[in-house]
Structure formats: C-alpha cells, structure tokens
Design a protein around this ligand. Structure first.
Ligand SMILES: Cc1ncc(C[n+]2csc(CCOP(=O)(O)OP(=O)(O)O)c2C)c(N)n1
Length: 392
C-alpha cells in the first residue's frame, strides 16, 4: 500500500510533463577538445583505439553491404551510420559477460565484442556456416559466445526480455547485467512499459539504452510522443535516468560506465537516452527523401560522431591520418574478400527448416517439407541455391 505523500497543495494546479526537462551530458566539443569542466570517462589508449577500430569497421561494413544489397547479392541491410558513438560507447562500458539485447542497428557493438568479418558475412548471406543456420533475414545477428542475444524483428520484444534476463542474473548472484538497446519508436510499444515497470519493481540490473535518432522509419520523433523524449518516462517508473549526447563517444562512455556501476552496486535498472540522428536511410528498402530534407541531413553530418571522436584521438597523439587510411583500406579489403567467400558457401540443407523446435519432427512439418522439396525438384532453375541439396 502507498501512503498519501506528506507534501500537500491547497490550490488545484496541474503539473506539466515539461516541468521535468532533463539536461544532456556532453564531454567532447565539435573540434575534439573537452568542454571546460567536463570529466573524462575511464579510458586508456588501448580502449580508445579499440573503440575507434569498431567505428571504422562499421562505416566500411555499412557502405559495402548497402552496395552488396544494391547489386542483388544480399536481400536487405540496415546501417548504423551516425549512431556509432551511441552504440560503441555503450558497449565499451560493459564487461564481456554482460548480456546485450539489441534492436537491429547495433552491429557496431557486436564487432566491438569480437564478431568476425566472416561471421557477419555468413549471417548476411544466410549460408550453412551462419550461427543462426540461415533462418533469419540479414542483420538479425546473434552470438551465444559473445553474449549477444539474437535480434527479433517485432519491435520491443527485447525490452521485457532484458528485464527478465537481468532478474535471472540477479537471482544467480552474478556480477553482470543486461544492456538493452531500442529506438525511440520502439518505446511506443507496450513492451517498453511492461519491461521498465518489471525492472523497476523487481530491481533488475538492466541498462535500458534508448537510441533516440529522430525517426522511426518515416515517423519523426515529434509525431511519436508529446513529452520531453524518452528519459522522463524512466523517472516516472522510478528508474534512475540520464540523457546524453549520442554523438559524443566520451559522454556515452561516461554515462554508461556510471549506469553500470549504479545498476550493479544498487541492483537496479538505469535508463539512458542517447540523442542522435540516423544519417542513413531506415533500411535498404527505405528512401528518406520522401519525409525529411537534405538540409536537415547536412546539418547532422556536421555532428558526425566518428569524426569528432577521431579529432580527440588525434589530439592525444594516439592516431594519425596515415594510420586511418591504412585501417580503412585494410577493412575494405577484408570485407570484400569475406563477401566473395560467403556468397559461395552452400545454403543450409532444406531439412534444417524443420529441426530445432521439436525433439521429433511432427507429421505436419514433415509433410510441408516434402511439399517444399517437390517444388524444388519441379522448378530447379528457380531454386538454384538449394536444388542440389533437396534430398538432404
Ligand atoms: C511490432 C512491430 N511494429 C512495426 C514494425 C515495423 N518497423 C520496423 S523498424 C520500425 C521503426 C523503429 O524505429 P525506432 O525504434 O525509432 O528505431 P530506428 O529504426 O530508428 O533505429 C518499424 C515501425 C516491427 N518490426 N515490429
């Protein structure tokens, strides 16, 4: 039971949601120097360069895979472009044993954890070496070894799952937590509210990390909610909350390091809202010229999170233009070579379509598999990738 709070009013007065406007944490200025009085997160040269390598890799991967989609080599792709600081800054504050439950645009976090170029390619080409056995659309990565839960397409499902997973970590007495990425659009799902309330009431060590990138496909954030973004909702649920400049790598790292410390020490959830911008299209199926202006994109390109972070690295004397060119050339070569290999690897056998859910394949699935196989036998030219394997 809740007592009536002691604080009282004798005049009827409404409180506006905007009474609670949260400030935005910033550390790095546009020229790569720190804001006066800003504090550095815990970062040394090795971590700083590891973070940058994931930025560079993700830029190359995104550019090449979008091209591969345009060439008809893969069916679909989603870029992280513009949100690298939000994603990598968050991942870099975690321990490797912390669980990450992502939405789909967070491939940079997976690279930071050690997912190899070959593993990325096997997933995107849905070949028989894919960890997900070729059953998911491109970009629905997952890795048990790297504590990265496989992506689910329906928006928001990972949010209550993250609360539940973190509750399990708490019950097991683990010194680990779960970080859950989601977009501001996904925060309109009922699952967002269920997940945050569950985590708050049961004090689950979950970091809810909202990438507020301004759009949910063509829906701008100002048509998504009427309040001051996502952050005040955390306060409403009784969750400690911080808003951060999502294009500022050092600020995201600082916010997430603090969130991790609080979540583990106090065994409670924390909400982070990272303010950013999706520089690319929503996906390879989207054309943003229909719903936003070129001027707006140009403005945000001036806040490129990777460029800002690189300036800081260079100011430390930790990175040079020559090293940069070399690294990007190396990644381009690596990605291209991996594409050429992965696209030649065989598809998984058709029979694998009906395994892994039931101990024994039920009759109706066995029948459906036979129907698929007979279709492939009848039209081998349309099913070249699997035609040779239909008997498996
Ligand atoms: C339950 C559900 N509704 C709708 C969709 C279609 N859909 C896929 S992504 C997306 C936009 C999500 O926007 P946001 O959460 O802001 O993330 P962003 O793509 O901007 O990173 C929508 C509507 C879906 N996948 N699942």
């Amino acid at each position: 039971m809740t007592d009536i709070p002691a604080e009282m009013a004798t005049k009827a007065q409404l409180v506006s949601g905007h009474a609670l406007t949260l400030p935005t944490l910033r550390v790095l200025q546009a020229d790569g120097s720190l804001y006066p009085e800003a504090e550095l997160p815990q970062i040394d040269k090795a971590l700083a360069l590891k973070i940058y390598r994931s930025c560079a890799f993700t830029r190359v991967l995104d550019e090449r895979m979008l091209a591969a989609q345009r060439q008809g080599r893969i069916s679909f792709y989603m870029t992280c472009t513009g949100e690298e600081a939000a994603v990598i800054g968050a991942a870099a504050a975690l321990a490797q044993e912390d669980m990450i439950m992502a939405q789909y645009r967070e491939q940079a976090a997976l690279h930071f954890r050690g997912f190899t170029t070959t593993q990325f390619m096997n997933q995107m080409f849905s070949n028989e070496l894919d960890l997900g056995k070729g059953r998911q659309m491109p970009v629905h990565y997952g890795s048990r070894a790297l504590n990265y839960m496989t992506i689910s397409s329906p928006l928001g499902t990972q949010i209550p799952q993250a609360a539940g997973y973190a509750y399990g970590q708490k019950l097991q007495g683990k010194d680990n937590l779960t970080l859950c990425f989601f977009g501001e659009g996904a925060a309109s799902e009922g699952d967002f509210h269920a997940g945050l309330n569950l985590a708050a009431v049961h004090q689950c060590p979950t970091i809810f990390f909202c990438r507020n990138n301004g759009y949910a496909i063509s829906t701008p954030a100002n048509e998504q909610f009427a309040g001051d973004g996502i952050a005040p909702r955390g306060v409403g649920y009784g969750i400690q909350t911080i808003r951060v400049d999502g294009n500022d790598m050092l600020a995201v790292l600082a916010a997430t390091q603090l969130a991790r410390q609080v979540a583990l020490e106090q065994q409670c959830p924390v909400l982070i809202e990272a303010m950013s911008y999706r520089l690319g299209a929503h996906s390879s199926s989207d054309d943003p010229t229909g719903y936003r202006s070129k001027e707006e994109e140009v403005k945000w390109r001036q806040h490129d999170p990777v460029a800002r972070y690189k300036l800081w690295l260079q100011a430390q004397g930790w990175w040079s233009d020559e090293e940069d060119q070399q690294l990007i050339a190396q990644y381009k070569e690596e990605v291209l070579a991996a594409v050429k290999v992965a696209e030649k690897v065989a598809m998984p056998p058709l029979s694998s379509l009906v395994t892994d859910v039931y101990d024994e394949v039920p009759k109706h699935l066995a029948e459906q598999l036979e129907q698929v196989k007979s279709q492939v036998r009848q039209y081998p030219d349309y099913y070249k990738a699997t035609a040779g394997k239909e008997q498996q």
